[in-house]
Design a protein around this ligand. Structure first.
Ligand code: BLA
Length: 314
């Protein structure tokens, strides 16, 4: 019989040496992010009409090169949503969720972003409503979407404290309510993460529901380019690349990144990575493989509780 579905299940190992010592070793079975995806899909369906994405046919399941790991993919679209997609990996030792929702260019709402990497006892977590436009210098955009969400962000930033220094360039893709955290697995932390995910997703759906369609072609162009720049950044520099490459090799990883996870790179614009991020250009014209040119920084949370940016880019 399968074990009951809880975020953690305690298994008493039957390894004989443990029993001999009358001290069963306690193993914590792997966390699962499956319920996160179920919640998001159910909740989305309560607000809008989800239709399968044309990408679903080609991106459904990939088996790793060693035949041991399955990467599972799901994708949908909706009247205001260009692409809702998830990638999940669940093995005994590693659990990954990359869940993202990208609005159509007619809407300037943020991009929903949940990236969870769990390996053994370690959890590397990024949860945010990634802003489409600059929230460090553009007060209007920041206030439009994040002012009312600050109490939510402050609550969870206390429960899931800042994860320490990170690629400085990434910060411009984050909002004042970003949750960037690392923690050792515990039932409590995973429950908090699930609550945060549910609350952030409901908040995002609410923004989406209230979003008014942009009709001015220059406004649509601006949204499209901002999303294209975001996709271009992530398809090139996302920290998960190395793990994916190890599992499925370079060619399949590139295909997965460009045509599924960050689909839109080809469709939404024609600029390339170096057009957007020229500081990564090497002398021979190639892209610098380092993830950061500036270096890692932001030891502590660079946003205050009112959503003011208090960090510095030097
Ligand atoms: C680490 N993932 C990180 C870090 C961030 C993110 C900020 C800290 C390292 C750093 O400084 O960059 C996540 N960064 C993001 C996100 C954005 C960004 C979401 O700029 C969006 C704009 N992570 C995944 C997936 C895997 C994964 C799918 O999302 C694996 C398949 C792994 N992330 C992963 C690993 C690390 C990490 C292994 C630690 C190793 C490292 O720092 O390189």
């Amino acid at each position: 019989m399968p074990p009951p579905v809880t975020s953690r299940t305690i298994i008493f190992s039957s390894i004989s040496s443990c029993w001999k010592q009358k001290r069963p070793s306690i193993q914590i079975s792997a966390v699962s992010y499956r319920k996160f995806i179920h919640f998001a899909l159910d909740e989305t369906k309560r607000h809008t009409h989800l239709a399968p994405s044309p990408l679903q046919e080609r991106f459904n399941s990939i088996i790793s090169m060693d035949g041991e790991v399955e990467l599972q993919m799901t994708s949908f679209e909706a009247p205001k949503i260009r692409l809702l997609r998830s990638l999940s990996i669940e093995t005994e030792t590693m659990q990954v969720l990359d869940f993202g929702v990208f609005p159509k260019p007619e809407y300037d709402v943020p991009i929903f972003c949940a990236n969870f990497f769990t390996s053994g006892n370690t959890n590397i977590i990024l949860l945010d409503l990634n802003p489409l436009h600059d929230v460090i210098n553009q007060r209007e955009y920041k206030e439009k979407y994040y002012k009312s969400l600050m109490p939510l962000g402050v609550k969870y930033a206390e429960l899931l404290p800042w994860g320490g220094k990170l690629t400085s360039e990434s910060l411009k893709f984050f909002s004042p309510i970003v949750l960037w955290t690392k923690f050792a697995s515990s039932e409590y932390k995973h429950d908090v993460l699930f609550s945060a995910f549910m609350d952030y997703y409901k908040a995002w759906l609410h923004l989406m529901e209230g979003a008014v369609e942009e009709t001015d072609p220059s406004g649509i162009k601006c949204n499209r380019e901002a999303q294209h720049r975001y996709l271009t950044w992530r398809a090139e520099k996302d920290p998960g690349h190395r793990v994916l490459q190890k599992l499925i090799g370079e060619t399949q990883t590139k295909d997965l990144l460009r045509n599924f996870l960050f689909h839109g790179i080809v469709q939404l614009g024609s600029k390339n990575f170096l057009d957007y991020f020229p500081e990564y250009r090497c002398e021979d014209g190639t892209i610098n493989e380092r993830r950061t040119i500036i270096g890692k920084s932001f030891e502590s949370r660079p946003w205050d509780t009112r959503g003011e940016f208090i960090g510095s880019f030097f």
